[in-house]
Design a protein around this ligand. Structure first.
Ligand code: 8YV
Length: 334
């Protein structure tokens, strides 16, 4: 029972989606926890209602932390995202309200880079399309060009967005598959990092024109909305593949479906979609696209590490005013 003076009262936190029981148990050692123990997504109004009286919240990429929500939840001190991407947060509004925002970088880098490479391979070598063909009972003979795909080893790997995950994909391509790696990014990497990744900086136009496989690994921001649309797809090779493991909205999905249907590019591999979990209906009917439901970080080890890091940020912030991976650290020093 809490002491009447308030001493010993645990701060109240909300966990917005089902996570691992042992991570909830860790949080319960420090906090009075209200948890969504289902996969149901709360509406914005429901989230605001449940955040009343809460000092912190553990979110996934699905929950939106908006200026409106922050204005309605004055006791909130930290929003801890269980994701490296944080386009679901209005970070300037968090900072203006003195709310710390945190994410989960590093712990998912290699797992996500592995998946990006797997999606590249599946796309270039037509694994999904050919598996559907086999399962449909259509395989009755060998043929010289049956499901002939695009070469991966020795080809040119293009990477748009060269943060931690982009660098992980570059290393896999350069060192594992003898690929020529080119990249474009807001800022150029230092020479030592470029050498470690085996990657060369090029303009966006050169990246589009030269890549045999173009992997998108950049954060979603207003200026990156539809950064790959019809004009960019038109600059790519007709034999090229496009891989998006970053965020829906970076690619104009309708334009991409059209480019895939017309053969403007050879194939695409998509783990993220505009308006997910809805998928543009045209993408569901073109054969030369591999579609996965936003699972690039989905290994149990990595999802555990992400949940634990989000929990660690809540604990550090609300017990000692610090954070492991702050997005707006200026809130801590204010
Ligand atoms: C998450 C992701 O699975 O970390 C990210 O940015 O996109 C994924 O790893 C998803 O956002 C759930 O929080």
């Amino acid at each position: 029972m809490a002491h009447p003076s308030g001493e010993g009262v645990k701060p109240a936190v909300l966990v917005a989606r089902r996570i691992f029981p042992e991570v909830l148990a860790r949080l319960r050692q420090h906090f009075d926890v209200e948890a969504n123990e289902t996969d149901d997504v709360w509406s914005a109004a429901e989230l605001a209602r449940r955040l009343q009286g809460k000092a912190g919240v553990l979110t996934t990429g699905t929950e939106r932390i908006t200026a409106e929500l922050l204005a309605a939840t004055p006791g909130l001190k930290i929003v801890a995202n269980m994701a490296v991407g944080y386009n679901n947060f209005d970070v300037p509004a968090c900072t203006a309200h003195g709310v710390l925002a945190t994410n989960t970088p590093d712990v998912l880098t290699d797992t996500t880079a592995d998946f990006g490479f797997a999606l590249l391979m599946a796309t270039a070598r037509r694994m999904a399309e050919s598996e559907h063909f086999l399962r449909a009972g259509l395989w009755n003979r060998w043929s010289i060009d049956m499901f002939a795909g695009t070469e991966v080893h020795g080809s040119t790997l293009g990477i748009l967005g060269m943060g931690r995950i982009g660098q992980g994909i570059a290393r896999r391509g350069a060192h594992g598959f003898d690929m020529r790696v080119i990249y474009h990014n807001r800022s150029r990497l230092d020479a030592a990092t470029e050498a470690a990744c085996g990657a060369t900086y090029v303009s966006k136009a050169d990246l589009l024109a030269q890549a045999d496989h173009l992997v998108l690994v950049l954060p979603y921001t207003a200026s990156n909305h539809h950064i790959i649309g019809a004009p960019e797809l038109a600059q790519m090779k007709p034999t090229a593949t496009l891989i998006n493991i970053a965020r829906g909205g970076i690619v104009d999905d309708a334009a991409l479906a059209q480019a895939l249907r017309s053969g403007q590019i050879a194939a695409a591999g998509l783990d993220v979609f505009e308006g997910e979990p809805q998928v543009h209906p045209d993408l569901l009917t073109v054969p030369n696209v591999v579609l996965t439901p936003h699972i690039a970080s989905a290994t149990l080890a990595t999802r555990r590490a992400m949940a634990n890091l989000a929990a660690d940020n809540l604990i550090a912030c609300l017990t000692e005013g610090s954070a492991l991976t702050p997005i707006n650290p200026e809130v801590l020093s204010a």
